[in-house]
Write a protein that binds this ligand. Structure first.
Ligand SMILES: Nc1ncnc2c1ncn2[C@@H]1O[C@H](COP(=O)(O)OP(=O)(O)O)[C@@H](O)[C@H]1O
Ligand SMILES: [Mg+2]
Length: 263
């Protein structure tokens, strides 16, 4: 779904990415870790075509987007749902209007269709009752969930998360992790998950969602000896990928940089 091949990127005289290779397959999650300023958000911007690499290639859903111009990139961006740290809801619109925004702008859907989608997406994040509230009336965690509901409109095959749990308490972060796991395991969505939040990162890498009879979703932990095959860590350091592998491999990786990061 996403591939970066030998990507380099500088801003002025600062080389941020020095030959990055990264692939995200269907229904796969790559968790990107790295210190502040290590180029995590830059990777997201490159994938969206908001920045161009200096060299190397970026593929999305099999297409080399590197030479694409703005009108072609607009079409590529429809494949993505994006959730950023700030949530970035429109303050003057209700929750329902925020979620409906993209569909209304496209002017292709009846109000009944828009309403059905808005209710379904808010149902997915368990916030149907907030449909008529204003963002200011919601907690930080609820706003982040509305942002996820909004990102899901159009059923994107790929989700990009840039520090979506930053500033949230552990319990609220847990609800965000569960949504990400549900999208991965029940909807087959691919994702790039940039984070500083190790607790959330290890939750994503060690738990999976199953649907029980009656439609309830349950979250289960991998057995001690098993590793989830659909979720891997990628650690950036000094413009390169220092490590890629499972949660267990990361914990055992003998690099003082990684061990300090985990500590
Ligand atoms: N538009 C820009 N112009 C100049 N420098 C930038 C720009 N965007 C990012 N940078 C610099 O590139 C480095 C990597 O940034 P970023 O990808 O945002 O890091 P991260 O998300 O890992 O914290 C930082 O040193 C940042 O200051
Ligand atoms: Mg960043």
């Amino acid at each position: 779904m996403i591939k970066l091949a030998e990507v380099t990127k500088s801003y002025w005289d600062q080389q941020v990415l020095k030959g990055v290779n990264l692939e995200v397959g269907r229904a796969e999650t790559k968790i990107i870790l790295g210190g502040s300023g290590s180029g995590k958000s830059t990777i997201i911007k490159l994938v969206l075509g908001l920045e161009k690499p200096d060299s190397g290639h970026i593929f999305v859903d099999g297409e080399d987007i590197t030479p694409f111009r703005e009108h072609e990139l607009m079409h590529v961006r429809r494949k993505f749902g994006m959730v950023f740290q700030e949530g970035a809801l429109f303050d003057s619109l209700t929750v329902g209007e925020n979620v409906a925004y993209k569909m209304r702008e496209e002017k292709l859907f009846s109000e009944e269709e828009v309403d059905a989608v808005v209710r379904r997406m808010l149902g997915f994040v368990d916030l149907e009752d907030a449909i008529d509230k204003m963002p200011a009336e919601l907690s930080g965690g609820m706003r982040r969930r509305v942002a996820i509901a909004r990102a899901l409109v159009g059923n994107p095959k790929i989700m990009l998360y840039d520090e979506p749990t930053a500033g949230l308490d552990p319990i609220t972060s847990r609800t965000i992790s569960e949504l990400v796991i549900k999208l991965r395991d029940l909807e087959g969505v691919s994702s790039v998950f940039v984070t500083h939040d190790l607790r959330t990162a290890f939750t994503l890498a060690s738990q999976f969602a199953v649907v029980r009879g009656g439609g309830d979703v349950e979250f289960m932990g991998e057995d001690g000896k098993l590793c989830l095959i659909n979720t891997r860590f990628v650690m950036l350091q000094d413009g390169k990928i220092l490590f890629e592998g499972t949660d267990e491999e990361l914990r055992n990786f003998s690099s003082s940089y990684v061990q300090e990061f985990l500590a």
